[in-house]
Design a protein around this ligand. Structure first.
Ligand code: PLP
Length: 850
């Protein structure tokens, strides 16, 4: 019989162990090796049973064991030490406090998923892990962030693989109390309830769980409350469980409910209200509409001024170059929401327009959350340099007549939280070699401090750890009670090991390695120099094409010729990932370029001394340097997908056979010197930049600080500058159809131009109802290609307004100095001019000659 609800009865802790509660309810334990070890030491076997979670451990340990520990002076002393470390971590100044300049008071960070720890399965893949790492680094750096998400009662599914190779899904039932979360309560002690008035007269309520991530509170909204009907209680049942209205309700709760939860949090804790709002992907887009509604009802702003104010303070990060990865809703569903009274004071027609695909190639009956995100966020970014380029192309239609390279979407390359992802063995080596456990800011190339043997042995131990873990998991996954004998010999720590683990959307090409099964079999079973492959990955429950790929891989791995040389490990999650990355020599990634926005698993592998073997996509396109791994060439010019897969798979096999295998197995002494050279270089170079510390610092200086400054500037004098900006935008939009560049002339003969000469440029422009102060006349010049296109190195200078003729023709004049030889071009364009625009083309209004 299944209980309809479950909860955990908490033990009473003796005074001497009271700190254990504090330690268990701050998720810093998950990246503190010593706190982790403390809880494990209470009962190592039980620690595995409770899924390595301290709160669960305290619940499961039993009063008598706790009483015994309370009488153990050594243990009590360790508890005191760990508590002291935690308190020291939570107090005092960090990087952010020493940073100069106008800084945000607080940043609200919204994400549909958060991957903080394996025991809190509130993530499906990279997006969530990134959000978890973002919070952890913000904590380490002292950045005043508040995380906002949903609490999914069944989280994301756990994966099992049947004998037929087909994925099965199982949904755990989570008890937030038992995991170490606390319920947000009002000053009267009652749980805080957030309420949303929905269309159809329904009211959606939610409670708020607080997960303390170091210094950062993570607020998770949960629709499981007695105030809700049974139907509405299911809103936060699963992560990415449903579509249509279910998904919409989740996103309304995340965005609108999230803002309301942040308000409640700031009031109750007496902390600063956020002045910057960051949405990790588009799912939380409704947060912007909620804040507009606040400004309209509280500060009496009109729609456009509220929009300007919200845009100024919003950062939107896009994560996917795959249109199918973007949430889209039928227009009618959003219309019903907007007229239903959820957003007080907000004009439903105008609000709807902010998300409709009203551009060529779009569907005007579809409401697109990325479009909403870009309209509501003046500060937008992709997650690697290449993905920034792809995003500027992909969303260019929102900025008509603007060249793709000028579309105002920048990029900040993702990173990973080293203290979470670096293996304890490697931290120990770092401590021995450099005197501290930090692994990411040391020069691992220094042979005086750390010799080849030490690195090699550490890496071998990590690999042996993976082998043991893989056998354990393979045995546990067997459907029969007696594990098959081959499992005892599966994998070998002395064989070159390649890892591949991903979610399984088609573009990640889980099965590319199976393109030529015979060739792969030869590689795996080479008698002198074999290779082994460890694979893992979950397919979205609704995606049968992904399940077919998993099945193909599992079936291949069951072939007796290769069994134990290639294994598929079920249930890829943070727990498995922590064994996988450090345990592989090489991390493989073969997406269809450029569909991988960034990818972070390769970074986690690199910080553990693995070398990357990857298509030049996402972060690897940016940081591959020939010495940190290998690039699989992309066959972009192939005639079709099949040919492309053939060519790229062949290149992959070639690299393994001709480059990886010799580099790994050719040895003069005990260790492969050249290989270790690459490992040292990888750990030093990528250790400096592939971290989420670097990433969060970039977000702070490149996006959060400008957004806070912008927000403050517009909010002055009861939002007078916001109103002024809104009025300006309305005026130029209205007048723009009459803005034209009538003519551009240059004195002197350009056919005979020589370097050093200065030409005078005169542009005659019609501005309609605008004045010369409303616009900038830009002179753009530089190297021109054979089509006359100016490349990215072009220069921009301003022409100055001179006379206005009686018939309204404005003359702009400027000079053009020729400093370079070769094909040269110039043009003039008119763009709006306002101090609060972050880019001259932000409004998509550009007038060019002709
Ligand atoms: C890092 C990580 C991911 C994301 O890896 P990608 O390289 O971006 O695909 C997914 N799942 C888990 C469990 C991870 O740790």
């Amino acid at each position: 019989m299944k209980a309809i609800r479950t909860f955990t009865v908490r033990p009473v802790l003796a005074e001497s162990l009271a700190a254990l509660d504090r330690l268990a309810s701050n998720w810093r334990w998950s990246w503190s090796r010593s706190t982790h070890a403390l809880f494990c030491s209470m009962d190592p076997e039980l620690w595995e049973v409770v899924g390595q979670n301290p709160a669960r451990m305290l619940g499961a340990l039993g009063q008598s064991r706790l009483d015994a520990l309370a009488d153990d002076p050594t243990f009590v002393e360790r508890v005191g030490e760990e508590d002291g470390r935690l308190q020291a971590y939570l107090a005092g100044d960090r990087w952010y406090q020493h940073l100069d300049g106008a800084k945000p008071r607080a940043i609200a960070y919204f994400s549909p998923e958060f991957g903080v720890d394996g025991s809190l399965p509130q993530y499906s893949g990279g997006l969530g892990i990134l959000a978890g790492d973002h919070l952890k680094s913000a904590s380490d750096l002292g950045v005043p962030l508040i995380g906002v998400g949903l609490f999914y009662r069944a989280g994301y599914f756990r994966q099992a693989i049947g004998d037929d190779g087909w994925q099965r899904e199982d949904y755990p039932s989570l008890d937030p109390y038992g995991l170490g979360l606390t319920l947000l309560r009002g000053s009267d002690g009652a749980p805080v309830e957030i309420a949303l008035d929905l269309f159809g007269g329904r009211r959606l309520s939610a409670r708020v769980w607080v997960a303390q991530i170091g210094r950062i509170p993570l607020l998770l909204l949960d629709s499981e409350t007695p105030s809700n009907s049974e139907e509405l209680r299911r809103v936060t049942d699963r992560l990415y469980g449903g579509g249509g209205e279910h998904r919409l309700l989740q996103e309304l709760l995340l965005g609108v409910g999230g803002v309301r939860a942040v308000r409640a949090w700031s009031t109750l804790t007496g902390t600063d209200a956020p002045d910057v709002f960051h949405t990790n992907e588009g799912h939380a887009g409704f947060q912007g509409l909620e804040r507009m509604s606040e400004l309209i009802t509280r500060d009496r702003l009109d729609f456009d001024s509220a929009l300007a104010q919200v845009r100024a303070s919003t950062v939107f990060t896009t994560h996917t170059p795959v249109p199918a990865g973007i949430d889209r809703f039928p227009r009618s569903l959003i219309e019903a929401t907007l007229v239903g009274g959820l957003f007080a004071g907000l004009d439903p027609v105008r609000a709807l327009e902010l998300g409709l695909e009203a551009y060529p190639g779009g569907d005007p009956n579809t409401f697109n959350m990325a479009v909403l995100g870009l309209h509501l966020g003046q500060h937008a970014n992709g997650v690697s340099k290449l993905h920034g380029c792809v995003s500027r192309e992909m969303f260019g239609h929102l900025w008509p007549s603007v060249d793709a390279d000028e579309v105002p979407i920048t990029s900040i390359t993702n990173g990973v939280h080293a203290p979470t992802w670096v293996h304890p063995e490697l931290k120990e080596l770092s401590e021995r070699a450099f005197g501290d456990a930090l692994t990411t800011n040391h020069d691992w190339r220094d042979r005086e401090r750390v010799d080849d043997a030490a690195i090699w042995q550490t890496r071998r131990r990590m690999k042996a750890g993976l082998v043991a873990e893989a056998r354990r998991r393979l045995a546990a996954a067997e459907e029969s009670a007696v594990a098959a004998p081959w499992i005892d010999d599966a994998l070998d720590p002395d064989i070159l090991t390649i890892g591949f683990a991903r979610r399984v959307p088609t573009y990640k090409r889980l099965t590319l390695m199976l393109r030529d099964p015979e060739r792969l079999t030869r590689i795996l079973t080479d008698p002198q120099r074999p290779v082994q492959i460890v694979v893992a990955g979950k397919s979205h429950p609704a995606d049968d094409s992904g399940k077919v790929l998993i099945q193909q891989l599992v079936r291949f791995s069951q072939d007796p010729r290769v069994r134990g040389r290639i294994v598929f490990l079920p249930d890829y999650d943070i727990g498995l990932a922590k064994h996988l990355y450090p345990g592989c020599d090489v991390w493989l990634n073969n997406p269809l370029r450029p569909l991988e926005a960034c990818g972070t698993s390769g970074m986690k592998a690199a910080l553990n001394g693995a070398l990357n073997l990857s298509i030049l996509d996402g972060w690897w396109d940016e940081w591959f340097d020939g010495r940190n791994g290998w690039a699989i060439p992309s066959a972009d010019t192939a005639a079709n997908d099949d040919e492309r897969d053939d060519a790229e798979a062949a290149a992959l096999y070639d690299l393994i056979e001709n480059r990886l295998v010799p580099a790994y197995y050719d040895r003069a002494g005990d260790t492969p010197t050249g290989w270790l050279e690459m490992v040292r270089h990888t750990m030093t170079d990528l250790g400096a930049k592939a971290t989420s510390d670097r990433m969060v610092r970039d977000y702070v200086t490149e996006l959060y600080m400008p957004a806070a400054r912008h927000d403050a500037e517009l909010a002055r004098d009861d939002h007078a500058p916001a109103r002024d900006l809104a009025a300006f935008i309305a005026r130029v939009r209205h007048a723009w159809t009459d803005v034209r560049v009538d003519s551009v002339d240059v004195d002197g003969a350009t056919q005979h131009a020589k370097t050093g000469e200065t030409l005078t440029v005169t542009a005659r422009v019609r501005l309609g109802d605008l004045t010369p102060e409303d616009v900038t006349a830009e002179l753009i010049h530089g190297h021109a290609d054979s089509d006359g296109r100016l490349d990215r190195t072009r220069h921009v200078s301003e022409l100055s307004p001179q006379a206005v003729s009686p018939d309204g023709l404005v003359t702009f004049v400027g000079s053009l100095r020729l400093t370079q030889t070769g094909p040269f071009g110039y043009t003039v364009r008119i763009v709006p001019r306002h101090a609060q625009l972050i880019s001259p083309v932000e409004l998509g209004l550009v007038a060019l000659p002709g």
